[in-house]
Design a protein around this ligand. Structure first.
Ligand code: PFF
Length: 463
């Protein structure tokens, strides 16, 4: 396949919908609330917002500009713009994406299972939803079927290509998701103790800020914005030269942050109403919500609860398609293979790579208690998240900043941004983006990642 026959988005709105669809996913609705819960509530939220707008948004602009300029996948992009020596940085991103999809698909499978069990099964009669979740994720049969189904769905859409697959579906699914979240927030705010939840979420206790909070907020911002591994290089390669990259990136960032913010507004009132600990961890959404749906009564509970988890699946789906598109673009660009065959091959492969993560949630004990570091025993999935998401994505962002500022060079980067934004040079946007990429982003991101690796894995604290 030559680069001229690669797909493209039909319009700027198509690109924004697809990039926002990639950004908005389990990261916003599943991961963000439990990290806010674990790492100090409102203090985490504030740092998270700062990271997203100040550090991550310029990196997002850089990724999209690189992809659009090179018209290739992340590996090909780095190679074309920076030479062979840099191609490994693109490859490293693609590998991170493959590993992220491997566990992400498992969690998406949980959401899919919850949708089916709430709508058509007896999930809402379980009472103790914490215990139910524990049993649920350790159940091999269900998880195998649901996560395989999810991967098949992802592959079917990706086979359809950029416009008819990715773009069309995100435009339908995103508005539906926002509507149901808003309805649930309004409902949650009428419950007892709702405002204790809001207080936890919105009134900061700055004493809670430490290195771990900084690091988690930064890596969560990267994960949530689909940044640091080349998903946006790939989507950027399908983006028209006529469109404005800077304003599109600002819109995608705002959309993503808004949905994460709303997810917190939805979850914390419900958590405090039910007396659940906000530090529940990865099960938080799966434990906090069913009790509320149960209280709505057998029919309404099924409709609203089923609807919520169905839409969570949709949000996850618009992210899994972007995750799968990255290695697909890599293989089809570099090895000129057919799209359809490549999609199915990679989907099967990544599903298999995800099996140890799936089995590490109680089903197989050595995977559940896989290793110990940082004073805690970690399951296999947590190790994959720590390495390929929490560390690899900020590291990828660090490499992108250094690459654009010192290898590709700001002048060429600005030339690319002038397409679709002819007055870009001389604006405050130019100053902000270039200062961030050439100095502050690499310094801050590099420091936080290094400090955290030292602290967590080697027990060396820089403070
Ligand atoms: N941004 C997605 C989420 O928040 O759920 C996850 C993700 C998608 C990460 C695509 C990375 C990526 F390339």
């Amino acid at each position: 396949m030559s680069t001229s026959t690669r797909g493209s988005f039909s319009s700027r709105i198509g690109f924004i919908a697809a990039a926002a669809g990639s950004a908005v996913g389990l990261g916003n609705i599943w991961k963000f609330p439990y990290e806010v819960g674990n790492y100090g509530g409102a203090a985490f939220l504030i740092i998270y917002v700062l990271c997203a707008f100040i550090i991550c948004m310029p990196i997002m602009v850089a990724e999209i500009a690189m992809g659009r300029n090179a018209q290739l996948n992340p590996f090909g992009t780095y190679k074309k713009l920076g030479g062979k020596g840099w191609a490994w940085a693109g490859f490293f991103g693609i590998l991170a994406g493959v590993m992220i999809l491997s566990f992400y698909n498992v969690v998406a499978g949980w959401a899919f299972g919850y949708f089916l069990q709430i709508s058509f099964g007896d999930l809402l009669a379980q009472g103790d939803y914490g215990a139910y979740f524990g049993r649920y994720v350790a159940n091999v049969g269900d998880n195998m079927v649901f996560s395989l189904a999810f991967m098949v769905l992802t592959a079917l859409i990706v086979v359809g290509g950029v416009q008819k697959g990715i773009e069309r579906w995100t435009k339908i699914l995103m508005p539906a998701l926002i509507s149901i979240i808003l309805v649930l927030i309004i409902y949650g705010l009428t419950l007892d103790n709702a405002f204790k939840g809001i207080e936890f979420y919105l009134v900061p206790d700055f004493g809670k800020i430490n290195m771990e909070v900084l690091y988690k907020a930064l890596s969560q911002a990267f994960f949530s914005l689909s940044l640091g591994m080349g998903a946006l290089i790939t989507y950027g390669s399908y983006f028209s030269k006529k469109d404005n990259i800077v304003s599109s990136a600002a819109l995608v960032t705002t959309a993503d942050l808004s949905i994460a913010f709303l997810a917190g507004m939805l979850i914390f009132p419900l958590v405090f109403f039910q007396g659940i600990a906000p530090t529940e961890g990865p099960g938080l959404v799966f434990v906090a919500l069913p009790g509320i749906f149960e209280a709505m009564g057998p029919i309404l509970g099924r409709v609203v609860g089923g609807g919520f988890f169905l839409l969570l699946c949709f949000a996850a789906l618009t992210s899994t398609i972007s995750l799968l598109e990255v290695p697909v673009a890599f293989v089809t660009d570099q090895f000129k293979t057919g799209r359809k065959k490549t999609v199915w091959l990679l989907a099967v492969l990544i599903f298999l790579i995800g099996l140890p993560s799936m089995l590490s949630q109680g089903a197989v004990s050595w995977l559940t208690e896989f290793v110990s570091y940082g004073g805690q025993t970690r399951d296999f999935m947590t190790v994959v998240i720590d390495i390929f998401s929490d560390i690899a994505l900020p590291l990828g962002g660090f490499l992108i900043s250094i690459f654009v500022a010192y290898k590709w060079k700001i002048a060429r980067f600005s030339d690319e941004l002038e397409h679709g934004h002819p007055k870009f040079r001389g604006t405050w946007e130019e100053k902000f983006v270039t200062i961030m990429l050439s100095t502050l982003s690499p310094l801050i991101v590099g420091f936080i990642v290094l400090a955290t690796i030292l602290e967590r894995f080697a027990g060396i604290s820089l403070f």
